[in-house]
Design a protein around this ligand. Structure first.
Ligand SMILES: NC(=O)c1ccc[n+]([C@@H]2O[C@H](COP(=O)([O-])OP(=O)(O)OC[C@H]3O[C@@H](n4cnc5c(N)ncnc54)[C@H](O)[C@@H]3O)[C@@H](O)[C@H]2O)c1
Length: 252
């Protein structure tokens, strides 16, 4: 029996990268999964990968930084599979980098919206659904940029710092109601998102590629393993924690 047998899961940003690996892992461990993403083609591809492997999944297109989309997506989960037990909020977009005194206010605002506000919005509706059935587990995807700070990437680092404290505060708020809330902090992981970032910011790329003490990039599946464990009943007494999965990047 899989770790997530009989559970219903929801994963945001599962059209590619880390979110896709998490959705595949949830399904492999027996969960029925709804995936949400901007990108309909990639979302459909994730569903196909899950179904080809014998799993069960459905896709809903939407922008999870918009409240209407989030409500629609969580309603879709409950309408399709009857409940929501586990959720991973992985969707995020990092917009721009540069020194603060030259940074556009609008880009700062967008970054908060796409990395922090979206997570809060997803939690708002996921928690409401989980309260209907007496419990659940949420895992938010943070970033190692939130741990020591990230020069020239301050908006993203601050947004992910917000995700960390949102995770801890909400864990304290909902623990008594049977909902566990944790975060996973990836190091530098080989995804389409990071490959684009390396192309756009070649000056940052070399340092990032050397971030892990293990001297390699991480793979999305390595993040998915940690998220799957934290989502499962094996982690039944773990809440309010931030787990770095970073090849030791945080201890360098
Ligand atoms: N890759 C890394 O090295 C790394 C490191 C630290 C943290 N992270 C975090 O991991 C998560 C996933 O990163 P990734 O590298 O896989 O990204 P990615 O860009 O490869 O994939 C992100 C996916 O999320 C979707 N998405 C983004 N915002 C969305 C929104 N508002 N609504 C719907 N869909 C949306 C995109 O369409 C895309 O399919 C993010 O939270 C990111 O900040 C990644």
């Amino acid at each position: 029996m899989g770790l997530l047998q009989n559970k219903v899961g929801f994963v945001t940003g599962a059209g590619q990268g880390i979110g896709r690996a998490i959705a595949i892992s949830y399904a492999r461990e027996g969960a029925k999964v709804v995936i949400a993403d901007f990108n309909a083609e990639m979302g459909a591809e994730t569903v196909q990968l899950i179904e080809q492997a014998g799993g069960t999944a459905a896709f809903i297109q939407g922008d999870v930084s918009k409240e209407d989309s989030v409500k629609e997506a969580v309603d879709f989960v409950v309408a399709t599979y009857g409940r929501l037990d586990i959720a991973c909020n992985s969707a995020a977009v990092s917009r721009g980098s540069g020194p603060i005194h030259e940074f556009e206010r609008s880009v700062f605002d967008q970054t908060l919206q796409m990395c922090l506000t979206n997570t809060w919005l997803c939690m708002k509706y996921e928690l409401a659904a989980m309260l209907q059935t007496g419990g659940g587990a949420i895992v938010n995807i943070s970033s190692n940029s939130s741990l020591k700070g990230h020069a020239f990437n301050t908006a993203y680092a601050a947004a992910k710092g917000g995700v960390n404290i949102l995770t801890k505060s909400s864990a304290a708020e909902y623990g008594a109601q049977g909902i566990r809330i944790n975060a996973v902090s990836p190091g530098v992981i080989r995804t389409p998102g990071i490959e684009n970032y390396f192309k756009e910011q070649p000056d940052m790329a070399e340092g990032l590629k050397r971030a892990a003490v293990m001297n390699r990039l991480g793979e999305p599946e390595e993040i998915a393993e940690a998220v799957t464990f934290l989502s499962s009943d094996r982690a039944s007494f773990i809440t309010g924690q931030l787990l770095s999965v970073d090849g030791g990047g945080a201890v360098r």
